[in-house]
Design a protein around this ligand. Structure first.
Ligand code: URA
Length: 230
């Protein structure tokens, strides 16, 4: 679809419409090999090169291996997860945001997107999306945890509905993998707290079938929508 170049630059976060002329003066934007300096000309996204590189994608969908001590919120002043991305992405319209949240001290799989509909679909309480966590516990397992989590009868503090059945795989007496299909506030920590244990370390191995095993902490990769397991 053809759009004014200043509209593209502003939508993708490179420059505001007001600053587009200046941006084009100091950056080389070409359309079919012809340098453009007039921001009101129209072009297709796929026909433009910026300093010899394709423009950022029209829509963002990435999987990140979230590092420890980073925050999944635009509102905080701390070490935001968004600071690990190209700075211009913060100025994109529509805005990017994480799909759901992980606690500051939880690491692992998190999707970041500007697709509001997808975000809603993956975070709605009825979505039944698989999330697999590696959990390191303060105290050894007692032995009844897998059955209690699988029962669908565990009620967390301050909740009236029980958790959906969850699958526990034991790695050793203080390390487990837990697969859940919902996303209540601090859910994994509260599930173990309900059984008198404490989560020392929490790492999300996968979200909706997307694993971060090939990503270092802080690394991310682009994902196609059809890679998501709904
Ligand atoms: N459960 C938690 O307790 N914390 C997270 O970050 C994710 C799931």
């Amino acid at each position: 679809m053809e759009k004014r170049i200043d509209a593209w630059l502003s939508k993708l976060g490179y420059a505001t419409r007001k600053d587009a002329r200046r941006f084009l003066k100091y950056n080389e934007l070409t359309v079919n090999n012809e340098r453009i300096i007039n921001p009101s000309l129209k072009a297709k996204h796929e026909d433009m090169l910026l300093n010899n590189e394709p423009l950022d994608p029209k829509s963002i969908l990435i999987l990140m291996n979230k590092p420890d001590r980073t925050i999944c919120s635009h509102k905080d002043d701390g070490a935001l997860i968004y600071n690990l991305l190209p700075h211009r992405w913060i100025n994109r319209n529509p805005k990017i945001s994480t799909i759901g949240r992980l606690d500051a001290d939880t690491t692992g799989a998190i999707l970041i997107s500007d697709d509001g509909e997808l975000n809603h679909k993956l975070t709605s309480p009825r979505s039944n999306i698989s999330k697999i966590y590696e959990v390191t516990l303060a105290d050894p397992l007692k032995g009844d945890e897998a059955d209690i989590f699988a029962s669908g009868e565990l009620i967390l503090r301050n909740e009236d509905k029980p958790c959906l059945p969850a699958k526990l795989t034991i790695i050793d007496d203080k390390k487990v993998h837990l697969e859940i299909f919902e996303g209540k506030y601090h859910q994994v920590k509260r599930m173990f707290a309900a059984l008198g244990n404490k989560v020392e370390k929490l790492h999300r191995l996968s979200f909706a079938g997307l694993s971060v095993e090939d990503l270092e902490e802080g690394e991310y990769k682009f994902i196609k929508k059809d890679e998501i397991k709904f």
